[in-house]
Design a protein around this ligand. Structure first.
Ligand SMILES: [Zn+2]
Ligand SMILES: [Zn+2]
Length: 155
């Protein structure tokens, strides 16, 4: 696959835009052997009749109004969507718009995912610790412009 990072980066940002949250739109996709296995964005979970999360509609501030949050993080939704479809995530890669929080890192670890690729950084020492303890590698998307330049040179 030509410049896989650029493709998955583009795709995960498109899924993030599906989120109806007023403050933050996050996406996650699960990939194995260059195939898309499942996708997720921050929203109420699949089985919920609620289209919107009351907290997400209110333009929430970080850490505030969590008692009204019925949404799941994008990474959790992607993993739950895979379970819904009976898809095995062992040795899969998760591509995320943002570095995962510790709760999602625990799910990533438990699901057997071995690699995390993200765009925006997010400081979480606990996430670092969980990934290190499980030999899960994490990195940012490779420089997309740089890769495109290389491809042009080959043509
Ligand atoms: Zn919400
Ligand atoms: Zn999370």
């Amino acid at each position: 696959m030509k410049n896989a990072d650029a493709l998955w980066r583009d795709l995960v940002h498109r899924f993030a835009k599906q989120s109806r949250c007023q403050s933050r739109q996050v996406g996650a996709i699960l990939v194995k052997d260059s195939r898309l296995l499942a996708e997720g964005w921050n929203s109420p979970p699949r089985g919920s009749k609620a289209q919107d999360c009351p907290r997400c509609l209110s333009g929430p501030k970080p850490g505030k109004g969590l008692e009204f949050a019925i949404c799941c993080h994008a990474e959790a939704n992607a993993i739950a969507n895979a379970a819904y479809s009976g898809v095995d995530l062992k040795e899969a890669t998760i591509y995320c718009t943002t570095y995962p929080c510790a709760e999602c890192a625990k799910l990533i670890c438990g699901a057997g995912i071995i690699e995390v690729v993200y765009d925006h950084t997010y400081p979480s020492h606990l996430t670092d610790l969980i990934f290190e303890s499980a030999n899960i590698t994490s990195r940012r998307f490779k420089d997309v412009d740089h890769d495109q330049t290389q491809n042009q040179r080959c043509n």
